[in-house]
Design a protein around this ligand. Structure first.
Ligand code: AVI
Length: 314
């Protein structure tokens, strides 16, 4: 049993209001469901960022390369690297001198990605690192002074609360050198219906993605959540840009988490707060950069202005 997972679940479900951390969505089944989410017609985010990279890879390379200097592309939480491959392929074609360093806490994810890249791009220099982002950056800085370009893509920053995002980016800024840059993906505020549909798809995949965390608690902590008694309820607030997802208990019920020896009691219609997916506007992005020690150098938009990859430096 994973102790941190157990502690976090206990803390979240004993709190008022109840919450669970969306970082725990990603067990094997959760990874598979997220893969399906990225392919859904409603989930525009992945396609938007893919379009940005496909159409603006030349400009990105110019900015990364700076007078043909070598650079190291460091990706936080690379996943299957589908979008990044568009960049890698172009950079290789243009004979850019660079290394690619995906960092992930999952050795399994890194192995799959590295094998795939080696097979498809034998000339690519892949240097994966398994571990926590900042620890790995620290480790790198002892051995390598090449210009670093950090990629934090896919609106992953949107899953951080406001203070958490500030803290994360503030910490990141202290780990970088003046010549380094960060390319960070933000999902933008847009037609509220478009946003909400991305988190409330017709086929019920996002619903299953949220419910899977209750299933994970059943599997790993010997709990007895009845998934049919919880309703997936996402909301988008166009004022703040927060999309928040809840699982709402449709009836008064008690759930036993046997491995923790803990009974969790739900009132009828009581929610569990599952995830925030923050949507930004350009002022919010500039403020976030300013308050975390960065400045915005350049913004790359898709044609619909649904998404932006923002290039920051110190
Ligand atoms: C990983 N992250 C950026 C996704 C998002 O859009 O917030 C996670 C997700 N949750 C529901 N659908 C997708």
């Amino acid at each position: 049993m994973n102790d941190t997972f157990a502690e976090d679940v206990l803390k979240g479900l004993s709190s008022t209001p109840k919450f669970l951390s969306s970082k725990y969505f990603y067990d094997e089944k959760g990874d598979e469901l997220f893969q399906q989410i990225m392919n859904m017609p409603e989930y525009y985010l992945t396609r938007s960022e893919y379009e940005i990279f496909s159409l603006q890879k030349g400009q990105l390379l110019k900015l990364f390369q700076r007078n043909d200097q070598p650079f190291r592309l460091i990706e936080f939480g690379a996943g299957d690297g589908l979008k990044t491959k568009v960049l890698l392929e172009h950079f290789l074609e243009k004979k850019a001198v660079f290394k690619y360093t995906p960092i992930d806490i999952s050795g399994n994810v890194l192995e799959l990605l590295s094998n795939d890249l080696q097979q498809n791009y034998p000339s690519l220099s892949v240097d994966p690192m398994e571990g926590e982002y900042f620890q790995m950056l620290e480790k790198l800085s002892h051995t390598d002074s090449t210009r670093k370009i950090i990629l934090f893509l896919g609106s992953n920053i949107g899953n951080f609360g406001e203070q958490e995002a500030l803290k994360f980016l503030g910490q990141l800024s202290t780990k970088l050198n003046p010549q380094d840059s960060l390319l960070i993906g933000f999902d933008l505020k847009k037609d509220p219906e478009v946003v909400l549909n991305a988190y409330n798809d017709h086929s019920g995949i996002t619903r299953a993605f949220n419910l899977n965390l209750l299933q994970r608690i059943n599997n790993e902590l010997d709990a007895n959540f009845d998934l049919t008694r919880f309703k997936h309820a996402p909301f988008y607030d166009p004022m703040t840009g927060a999309t928040k997802s809840y699982l709402v208990s449709m009836q008064k019920q008690d759930v036993m988490i046997a491995s923790l020896g803990k009974m969790i009691c739900f009132e009828q219609w009581e929610p569990i707060y599952m995830e925030v997916s923050q949507k930004y506007d350009l002022d919010m992005i500039k403020n976030l950069a300013d308050s975390s020690g960065f400045k915005v150098d350049c913004n790359f938009f898709d044609c619909k202005h649904y998404f932006v990859d923002s290039l920051w430096s110190l």
